[in-house]
Design a binder for this molecule. Structure first.
Ligand code: HEM
Length: 475
């Protein structure tokens, strides 16, 4: 008995060390053991939560599925079936940034099959790795700052005035339709030198509307479905682009003679001319590049413009201010346009691109959660943009918030981020700023009937955003 006590006393000095060892081991173990994010319950057989997530909702909200899931589980949660795959949904600004910044390392762009099938296998939205970088470089060069300033700015201004001068006073018309025409015509001009009033451009635009509907539909390829119709429209659109391409190649010799004679060719300045003369892309690659730029550059900017028209009419103070600033300016200065706050606020509140699709390449541990390799992750920008802890009164259209130091740009991801940051963001800002500048200097406007933008998930004003304009004269 006394020898047992003796042995215990011998151990006594090392007992604290032993306890410390256990404590450190426990803490180290706790640091690496992470659990999956909380799971949302329910969901339908086969489709899981996909329809609930995509259910139409006002563009200035996150929708019922998201708001319920956020309230119940917090900003990071999982669904065992979203778009057909186990998915982590993130409304966490930090995680969203982390995902975008680690593109190609821990995460990879991964859009549903329907998008790849329609936009084509060489589309920039689908490509990854070196081929993506090559296509991206071509697009960025085409929309470089120098080209924006020298070529695209005058073109944007010309198209803007063409549209605004065609607007009837005091008669209702669809502002959404006008915004779509404006951005489509601008892209058709920049991509293939197609004029805004040509029958061929209008025909292409109509094909494009059918095409668009298929991009967001289920990939069911049998007669009558939206997907099937969109694939037909894709072929029709590609036929037009291909024809343009062949005409260019045939005219190549003539162009060379003209260039030798010092004559400038307008077609040299468009993306088709650029891709033919400055890249080694194959015909199929050029076709998909042009088609995807037409897609990426048209739908987004037109909806942003329609949203700005909508928000500004409900906030005359912002319109007045844009007008005042417009009057003070002799010329529109690229990159320093005063409409900046209006544009950022429109994109924050309206959320033209609400979320993006990514695949997880390696297990990632974030804030105590494990995000498993092979799963999908959806960074939901809309949920961050409408988060009351990041933006005061987040549902209010308040362009002035962008002047406050409290509104940090790092939570604003309307153009995405990282290596896939929108290649056309500068062009988009230019289009919006120039159009809004001339709009507020030319007109006051009201809604001819109540309307609001919905996410279907693509954005749309169900009644077309019908407005009536009244011209204002200023000297
Ligand atoms: C307000 C208008 C616009 C918004 C809100 C917008 C938003 C975005 C977003 C969020 C992405 C990232 C997608 C992802 O990470 O998966 C993106 C990519 C892209 N955007 Fe835009 N965009 C706009 C206008 C434009 C315009 C005018 C063009 C070109 C003419 C354009 C061309 C592209 C391209 C090519 C990509 C793919 C970039 C890449 O994968 O490297 N966008 N855009």
């Amino acid at each position: 008995m006394s020898s047992d006590r003796h042995q215990f006393l011998l151990f006594l000095p090392i007992l604290p060390l032993f306890l410390l060892f256990l404590l450190l081991k426990w803490r180290a173990h706790r640091g690496t053991t992470t659990s999956l994010p909380p799971a949302v319950g329910g969901g339908w057989p086969l489709v899981g939560h996909t329809f609930a997530y995509l259910a139409p909702h006002p563009a200035t909200s996150v929708g019922r599925f998201m708001s319920r899931s956020l309230a119940r589980h917090g900003p990071i949660f999982r669904s065992m079936n979203l778009f057909g795959e186990p998915t982590v949904v993130s409304a966490d600004a930090g995680l969203n940034r982390f995902v975008l910044q680690n593109e190609g390392k821990l995460f990879e762009c991964c859009y549903p099959r329907s998008i790849g099938g329609i936009l084509g296998k060489w589309s920039m939205l689908v490509l990854v790795g070196d081929m993506h970088r090559e296509m991206r470089t071509i697009s960025l060069n085409f929309m470089s700052h120098a080209r924006l300033r020298s070529l695209l700015l005058p073109e944007v201004e010309r198209h803007t005035l063409l549209v605004l001068r065609s607007w009837p006073e005091d008669r209702p018309f669809s502002a959404q339709e006008e915004a779509k025409k404006f951005t489509f015509n601008l892209m058709a001009k920049n991509i293939m030198s197609m004029g805004p009033n040509e029958a061929e451009t209008e025909k292409l635009r109509r094909e494009y509307i059918t095409f668009m509907k298929g991009v967001v539909s289920a990939p069911l390829n049998f007669p009558g479905t939206s997907y099937w119709k969109a694939l037909k429209s894709r072929s029709n659109i590609l036929r037009v682009i291909e024809q343009k391409m062949e005409e260019r190649m045939m005219a190549d010799t003539t162009d060379k003679c003209k260039k030798e004679a010092g004559e400038e060719e307008e077609e040299e300045e468009d993306l088709l001319g650029w891709a033919l003369n400055h890249s080694n892309l194959s015909k199929d690659q050029i076709l998909d590049l042009l088609l995807s730029l037409l897609f990426a550059g048209h739908e987004t900017s037109s909806m942003a413009l329609a949203l700005a028209i909508y928000f500004l009419q409900a906030c005359p103070k912002a319109g007045d201010r844009t007008e005042e600033e417009g009057k003070r300016r002799d010329e529109i200065e690229l990159g320093r346009l005063q409409a900046d706050g209006v544009i950022s606020e429109t994109l924050r509140l309206g959320n033209v691109v609400r979320f993006v699709h990514r695949k997880v390449l390696q297990d990632v541990h974030y804030k105590g959660y494990k995000i498993p390799s092979g799963w999908k992750i959806l960074p939901v920008f809309a949920a961050v943009h409408l988060d009351a802890s990041l933006y005061d009164d987040p549902h209010k259209f308040d362009p002035w918030r962008w002047q406050s130091a409290k509104t940090t740009g790092s939570n604003f991801m309307a153009y995405g981020g990282g290596p896939r940051l929108c290649a056309g963001s500068e062009l988009a800002k230019l289009e919006l700023a120039v159009f809004l500048h001339h709009l507020v200097l030319s007109f006051r406007w009201d809604l001819a009937e109540p309307d609001q933008a919905f996410a279907f998930p693509f954005l749309d004003f169900p009644r077309g955003l019908t407005i009536k304009v009244h011209s204002v004269l200023y000297v």
